[in-house]
Design a binder for this molecule. Structure first.
Ligand SMILES: CC(C)(COP(=O)(O)OP(=O)(O)OC[C@H]1O[C@@H](n2cnc3c(N)ncnc32)[C@H](O)[C@@H]1OP(=O)(O)O)[C@@H](O)C(=O)NCCC(=O)NCCS
Length: 182
């Protein structure tokens, strides 16, 4: 499968929100994405497109000084397990390196085994436990970190390939962010 990754645009939001709606217990609202895309200089949000130009996945995070904090990542349900999330995370690592960041950090629900496996596979390690982090369900979060961005950026994956992984401008530049949707 050939995947293209580019910055998320407002015109992607219908497709993004459709995936969001079944991917998270408390989906982000359109206004939250709009805020990040339009007004948050720290935000870096990207979509993965298939050959039909459909949004098949997305990732969003905030680049704040030396830290990239991933806030959301999801893949269209019918296309999971094909390596799209790996491409999205690698893309963010490449972008983070270009902007001189040192590490990627994220929270993940302790019950979300597919995501935990994904992060471990890409070199993330558990660096903390945040009790009751998810206010919707009261679930704990593992805090996971990858501070070897060169290794992640250089990873090669079988089965999927990507284009459009070149220089990115970032949505804007750098601020806070929404609580991670996990
Ligand atoms: C988590 C998610 C983004 C993974 O996307 P994906 O494109 O299916 O993941 P990939 O195909 O790139 O898989 C990468 C690795 O993740 C792990 N993984 C993915 N799906 C898995 C599953 N259902 N069960 C166990 N491990 C899984 C595997 O280790 C896999 O590596 P492998 O294929 O070499 O074995 C996707 O399941 C999703 O959108 N989930 C709902 C939203 C979500 O939970 N986001 C994470 C919030 S922290």
């Amino acid at each position: 499968m050939k995947i293209t990754i580019r910055q998320m645009r407002l015109s992607d939001l219908d497709e993004v929100l459709a995936i969001e709606s079944y991917s998270f217990p408390t989906p982000w609202k359109r206004s939250m994405y709009e805020h990040d895309l339009l007004r948050n200089p720290y935000a870096r949000f990207f979509v993965a497109l298939n050959e039909q130009d459909e949004v098949v996945g997305y990732i969003g995070g905030w680049f704040v000084y030396e830290e990239c904090h991933i806030g959301t990542i999801a893949v269209r349900r019918d296309l999971r397990g094909r390596g799209i999330a790996k491409l999205l995370l690698r893309h963010v690592a490449r972008q983070a390196l270009r902007e001189g960041l040192d590490y990627i950090i994220l929270e993940v629900r302790v019950s979300n085994q597919p995501a935990i496996n994904l992060y471990r596979k890409l070199g993330f390690r558990q660096v903390g436990l945040r009790k009751g982090y998810y206010t919707d369900t009261g679930e704990d979060a593992y805090l996971m970190m990858n501070d070897n961005l060169e290794e992640l950026a250089a990873m090669e994956f079988e089965g999927v390939s990507t284009s459009g992984d070149g220089e990115e401008e970032g949505n804007n530049q750098r601020s806070g962010g929404q609580p991670a949707s996990g």
